[in-house]
Design a protein around this ligand. Structure first.
Ligand code: ADP
Length: 410
């Protein structure tokens, strides 16, 4: 009942047609309930809700995010939790792009909403969707403070050399074109777990974090400060991803426009939704790609090889960026589960002090662990990410700091 919910945080991650949510205790990390609403805006929407060991899925029309949050609240109520009166300490919202304005978790008020709107042109696929979640939560849970946690925030202090594109500086300034970096909540959370595992002072640790999920990004971090990251002005740059191309010659975009006669929207869809593993072999789920390789499928093989080639290129670049590397850490769906990817990403690097122990690597566990040999100078780790918990913890900190004026409108 509600007393076990007191102080919990509702974390919302609103996508264009989906809403992921989790009710979590920020201190104990206990997940009280979670779920996902999908195909919001379609007739055949669905919502899957897990609470107290029970999971239910229903199909229903969810015209917008407000409808999805309303239905989510009803499902909580059926499970004995009245979210509006449960004593939640905050609603934490994942917001993809903070531009140059937001590099710290921020208590949401009308001004913050209009600023997030203003920078939406930098992330037209993401920020407007995040805002619908924010507005719906403020309408339905008006007494609970809402906090925005920005995916770009961790990287805001990237050195100029890493953050700057080599284009006309006036054009770049006018249009806020620079490398912002994304998945910051995950890179920060995971990188903070590493020094205690190494038994080293965080200020001395040089590390590479590889967040390999559907979206994928790499970062180089020295003494807790990111010095480089693979995503850029948008989450399209860098590694090969489930459906995104990652790095591509910008000349290809011009060619697609001039010769293939594709418009901006079509190119956007091609590079964001129909590229990466999906573009190369028709499948964006890594498990299917691996299964197909096992059956001798050559397009799945090529997709995998391109993925690994790009990943190794970034690892090499970041080893040089950092000079000395204490740890390389794999995280997210592929990084935590695909032992083959970890082995191939770091194969043959013994001369650089990197040696994976095949037996340790093959063990399937949910906790943080070392998979390198005891002789490996660079420790290779698997550390599960937990973006929801990180958002929840940051949200309560912000609320605690702003307590006297929390709840004020502007
Ligand atoms: P996101 O949060 O970016 O949607 P996740 O971090 O959940 O993505 O990662 C999703 C990816 O992880 C998918 O490509 C999925 O196939 C892959 N994945 C999950 N479990 C495994 C596994 N056991 N082996 C290989 N890949 C896996």
């Amino acid at each position: 009942m509600s007393e076990s919910v007191d102080g919990a945080v509702l974390v919302l991650n609103a996508g264009s047609s989906s809403l992921k949510y989790q009710l979590v205790h920020p201190e104990s990390a206990e997940v009280i309930a979670d779920g996902v609403a999908e195909r919001i805006g379609d007739h055949d929407g669905s919502i899957t809700h897990s609470q107290g060991g029970d999971e239910s899925t229903e199909t229903l029309e969810l015209p917008d995010h407000t409808a999805a949050i309303r239905r989510m609240m009803e499902l909580f109520t059926s499970g004995g939790i009245d979210l509006a009166h449960a004593g939640l300490s905050a609603v934490g919202h994942r917001v993809v792009h903070g531009g140059r304005t937001f590099y710290w978790p921020t208590l949401i008020d009308d001004h913050v909403i209009s600023e997030i709107k203003r920078i939406s042109s930098l992330a037209p696929l993401h920020n407007p969707a995040n805002l619908t979640g924010i507005e719906a939560a403020r309408e339905l849970l008006p007494r609970v403070p809402s906090v925005a946690v920005f995916d770009t925030a961790f990287f805001h202090g990237l050195p100029d050399a890493a953050a700057t594109y080599a284009i006309d500086r006036g054009v770049a300034k006018l249009h806020a074109i620079r490398r912002y970096g994304f998945h910051g909540t995950s890179h920060q959370y995971v990188s903070e777990q590493v020094p205690p595992i190494l038994g080293q002072d965080p200020a001395t640790v040089n590390q590479i974090v590889l967040h390999l999920g559907n979206g994928a990004s790499a970062s180089a971090i020295s003494g807790g400060e990111p010095i480089d990251t693979s995503m850029g002005m948008t989450p399209l740059e860098g590694l090969v991803m489930g459906t995104r191309s990652g790095d591509i010659d910008p000349g290809v975009v011009l060619h697609l426009h001039r010769v293939a006669k594709l418009g901006a929207e079509q190119i956007d869809t091609l590079l964001n939704k129909n590229s990466g593993l999906k573009g190369l072999c028709g499948d964006n789920d890594f498990r299917s790609v691996t299964e197909r390789i096992g059956r001798g499928d050559t397009s799945a093989r090529l997709a995998y090889d391109v993925y690994i080639h790009r990943l190794r290129r970034y690892i090499g670049a970041y080893m040089i960026d950092l000079g000395r590397v204490d740890a390389i850490t794999f995280t997210a769906g592929v990084g935590e589960n695909a032992a083959g990817v970890r082995a191939d990403a770091l194969a043959g690097l013994e001369n650089y002090g990197i040696a994976i122990d095949p037996e340790r690597n093959a063990v399937h566990r949910k906790d943080a662990r070392q998979i390198s040999t005891d002789d490996s100078t660079v420790r290779v780790l698997v550390v599960p990410t937990n973006e929801e918990l990180a958002i929840a913890r940051q949200a309560v900190e912000v609320v605690a700091r702003s307590e006297p004026e929390s709840g004020s409108g502007t």
